[in-house]
Design a protein around this ligand. Structure first.
Ligand code: B12
Ligand code: SF4
Ligand code: SF4
Length: 226
């Protein structure tokens, strides 16, 4: 599957991982996942220090479109080679009223070994911290999968807990059996992130990102890109 990886990289992916989702997904036809991450430009992360701005708003949509295109290309490649494949794009994924999806991109990512779930509930990678957006696609092609990450590497850090403007992050250390509600109050997050976006850019969107901007792993990435 080196060819698939190279294709995804050439389309703009920055991180790629393969995961075995047997026992995790209800989709028995396609039990393998491909996780794809695209980094946020470091100057964008720096720019949201005072809150969301138009640059973030535009990048949010640009990177979502890019991710949709990358996972669609990956899916087309697999189908062309005789496999089944399904792209989890912004239009194919269904979100429930309590802000859940059947197979979150973050689950596909931790099972591929790309990173862990931080205290704030975001995927944290050693390469980019949480300064990424992610997507995924599913297949029946037997992939050589990465080692799943099942524990947190946040340690005693509480930067995202201290700095969340909505006091939405509880501060618990993630493990694979933990429910999202133990980590983050999604209603508080959504309320404050929407209020910030309205106040700063006059847009109806959930846009904040303080939790990833202050993460030491994200900061390490930003400093490396100077
Ligand atoms: C609904 C949603 C929201 C809701 C709810 C947030 C939430 N955490 O669920 C609201 C509107 C509040 C929100 C806010 C934000 N969101 Co949002 N959101 C989503 C969306 C569309 C679905 C998430 C979902 O299914 N949640 C259900 C719960 C159960 O899953 P989860 O929290 O995603 O992840 C849990 C599982 O993955 C589980 N898990 C991990 N590994 C394993 C392994 C096993 C075996 C099991 C069983 C479970 C498990 O642990 C996680 C934490 O509990 C995803 C895109 C997607 N399709 O996945 C983006 C997504 C999670 N959001 C994202 C972002 C960036 C944000 C914001 C920063 C907004 C912004 N852009 O400024 C904030 C951050 C909030 C936060 N600290 O989590 C990114 C996260 C990127 C990253 N680095 O992790 C995503 C992936 C979008 C993307 N395409 O990149 N979001
Ligand atoms: S996006 Fe903002 S409000 Fe939501 S958890 Fe992160 S810091 Fe808190
Ligand atoms: S800010 Fe600290 S506690 Fe929060 S996700 Fe990053 S390393 Fe973990």
């Amino acid at each position: 599957m080196e060819e698939l990886k190279n294709l995804l990289l050439s389309e703009g992916a920055n991180l790629i991982g393969f995961s075995d989702l047997n026992g995790i997904t209800t989709n028995k036809e396609m039990p393998f996942g491909i996780s794809v991450a695209v980094k946020l430009p470091s100057k964008l992360i720096k720019s949201i220090h005072k809150g969301p701005n138009i640059f973030y708003y535009e990048e949010y949509y640009r990177i979502n479109d890019l991710l949709d295109r990358i996972v669609t290309k990956g899916t087309e490649y697999l189908i062309k080679n005789g496999y089944k494949a399904f792209a989890q794009t912004t239009t194919t994924v269904i979100q429930t009223d309590d802000y859940k999806t059947a197979l979150p991109h973050k689950t596909v990512a931790t099972r591929a070994g790309l990173g862990w779930i931080g205290k704030c509930g975001l995927l944290v990678t050693k390469e980019y911290g949480s300064g990424i957006r992610i997507s995924s696609f599913l297949t029946n092609a037997k992939l050589k999968c990465g080692n799943p990450v099942e524990k947190s590497f946040c340690g005693n850090c509480i930067e995202c807990v201290k700095n969340c403007p909505g006091t939405a992050v509880s501060g618990k250390l993630w493990n694979v059996k933990m429910e999202r509600s133990k980590l983050i109050d999604v209603n508080k997050c959504k309320k404050v992130a929407r209020a910030l976006a309205m106040e700063r850019i006059n847009k109806e969107i959930t846009l904040c990102g303080k939790c990833f901007e202050v993460c030491p792993y994200t900061i390490k990435y930003m400093n490396s890109e100077k």
